[in-house]
Design a protein. Structure first.
Length: 329
């Protein structure tokens, strides 16, 4: 067993939905991980040529985040910006202290347990396995999973064969290293972010011929991430990290999905950390949070589903919620 060591946490915060999700994340971290000894960094994109609006946090939300112990740090969008906001998680890594272990979380995440006790092995990075086979996309004339993934490993001089899960059949998507970019970690955010940026730009701007008919928006971060993790000697997370996407963290994506498929404990954690008046005052400024949490629309969504017999794919969940008129984002 690896002894837990101090680390920093990074999320992205910016104007709009993400700033309210960031506040909910910070409140849940403070409430449910009291022994967390690192710092919570909320990385904030700055206005510039890649944005047609000011992406910075609202002043009252910034103040509330700082009251919860978060440190808001700016970064410049040099490559992605508004056209590919998922790139914020890539470029934002440069705002963290170099050389200090880090864990990144998508902002639409709740901390529901003691994050400080998770035995991260920062010398062997990993990322979330809570994913579906969304990429590459099967096409009529595509070359297949192996050819596409091998072309990417070859592009960066990486060993493809050692990345494979040989317990899975050839040409089945789970055989290939593929993550949800909802969380990942490493030993040095500067080095990780530099390589993540390098790989993502290379894939976007100079993809191998095997990718010619493959979509990269919104999948670019999830295409590059396994290559970056592998390049640093990492891979699939072991059972010691089962609490992530389990009883310690919950990547809910959208509140209607959390109410639809979340456990009773996760819903209790959400409603507990959102109850204090200072938090409530902020979150009610965002209409989906106001309606879902405080006006109890989330409980109506919850009543639509049997948690012991949920649809297999997220799309079916979304469609049922939309049909009932309860979808919000």
């Amino acid at each position: 067993m690896i002894t837990p060591r101090p680390f920093n946490v990074m999320i992205v915060g910016q104007a709009g939905r993400l700033q309210y999700e960031a506040l909910l994340f910070a409140a849940s971290l403070r409430a449910n991980a009291p022994d967390f000894a690192g710092k919570l960094y909320v990385v904030e994109p700055q206005p510039g040529k890649l944005w047609d609006h000011d992406p910075r946090l609202a002043g009252d939300v910034r103040a509330a985040l700082e009251e919860l112990g978060a440190q808001v740090v700016p970064f410049a969008s040099e490559h992605f910006g508004q056209s590919y906001p998922q790139g914020n998680k890539i470029e934002g890594l440069k705002a963290l202290p170099a050389g200090e272990p880090f864990v990144f979380f998508d902002t639409d995440t709740l901390i529901t347990g003691d994050l400080a006790r998770v035995p991260f092995d920062f010398d062997h990075p990993a990322a979330s396995m809570k994913r579906e086979g969304t990429w590459p996309v099967e096409e009529l004339y595509w070359p297949g999973y192996s050819a596409i993934w091998k072309s990417l490993y070859d592009q960066f001089g990486l060993d493809f064969d050692s990345s494979l899960d040989l317990s899975q059949p050839d040409e089945y998507w789970e055989r290939y290293l593929y993550f949800n970019a909802g969380w990942f970690y490493g030993a040095d955010p500067a080095a990780f972010g530099e390589r993540f940026t390098e790989y993502a730009l290379s894939i976007r701007d100079d993809p191998p011929p095997e990718l010619v008919i493959q979509p990269l928006d919104p999948w670019l971060d999830q295409v590059a991430l396994p290559l970056v993790v592998h390049s640093f000697g990492g891979g699939r997370p072991g059972p010691e990290l089962a609490g992530l996407d389990g009883n310690i963290t919950c990547h809910y994506r959208m509140l209607p999905l959390l109410y639809a498929r979340g456990s009773d404990a996760q819903i209790a954690a959400l409603e507990s950390v959102s109850a204090p008046n200072r938090i409530k005052k902020m979150l009610k400024q965002y209409d989906p949070f106001k309606r879902m949490i405080y006006q109890k629309r989330g409980q109506k969504v919850r009543a639509l589903f049997d948690r012991d017999n949920l649809p297999r794919h997220e799309k079916a969940l979304r469609n049922k919620i939309k049909s009932a008129g309860f979808w919000m984002r």
